[in-house]
Design a protein around this ligand. Sequence first.
Ligand code: C2E
Ligand code: MG
Ligand code: MG
Ligand code: MG
Length: 284
Amino acid sequence: KTEGRNRWRAFDATMAQALLYRRRLESDLRDALAADGEGLSLVYQPQFCLNDSRIIGYEALARWKHPSFGAIPPAEFIPIAEEAGMIAELGEWILNRACDAARAWADDLTIAVNLSPAQIFEGDLTAFVKATLDRTGLDPARLELEVTEGVLIDNPERALHVLHGLKDLGVRISMDDFGTGYSSLSYLQTFPFDAIKIDRSFTQGLDETRSKTGLHAEAIVRAVIGLGHAIGIPVIAEGVETQTQFDRLKALKCDAVQGYLIGKPMPHLIDPLPEFDTKIVRIA
Ligand code: C2E
Ligand code: MG
Ligand code: MG
Ligand code: MG
């Protein structure tokens, strides 16, 4: 019984520590935003088109270098921003940065920016996106907003209203992490997405020598590509790390790939724009 109590206490202490750490991150993130995003940055990961063998654009991914704790992954600080009511502000900082960066790239390169579901419900996202496009002069067709399935769960009517408003601006909306949520297929029926991104877990399953969890991965990937093409939208595979995965995706007529094999997310590519090293990947 004593042991049980002690274990409880240790658990309490860990919980309290975790809570303190989280409050600290929340307050420091607030400070970072107040200081024009000090410590925050974006990195850009190339997206490679398999049909015409070239880089078509980059996905912007947020990074935060905390003054004391170092790099905090987005999977940790994005939810903190969401829960602390700071996601609109953080999202605005990210979109401003991303559009400014893309404006300096070649005209035919797109920029993909992730939207958190909470951004849809906080503030006037459509007005902000429009203002950012106007300010930067970025062609709306070059901006792609990535949303996950979670975006349509809480308040589908409101989410659909906002997504349609964004599409009316001329930006593209893609479905991120496809296949990992609860009702991916019903979402495809609800909103005219412009692209589907196959989640990394399926891509990794294509490489049987590396993954023991890839049961039926190839059948699933093939079906998702077929589904995208049947509704007339391109399919992009995330998390491509090996030549085997690349070759399978090309054989399955996937439209584009993104992953460490092509390029890791990089901080600066404005001048000069780094050329994808075609030696890394056998394109034929
Ligand atoms: P995501 O949008 O699905 O982004 C892809 C994630 O996969 C990124 O992780 C990227 O660095 C990682 N990745 C790319 N290629 C490979 C690969 O070949 N292998 C492996 N193992 N990983 C790869 P990251 O940057 O840690 O971001 C994680 C998630 O955090 C993102 O998933 C996205 O949901 C969210 N996130 C990142 N930046 C932002 C942002 O600016 N705004 C919002 N709302 N969410 C963001
Ligand atoms: Mg994404
Ligand atoms: Mg994804
Ligand atoms: Mg993800």
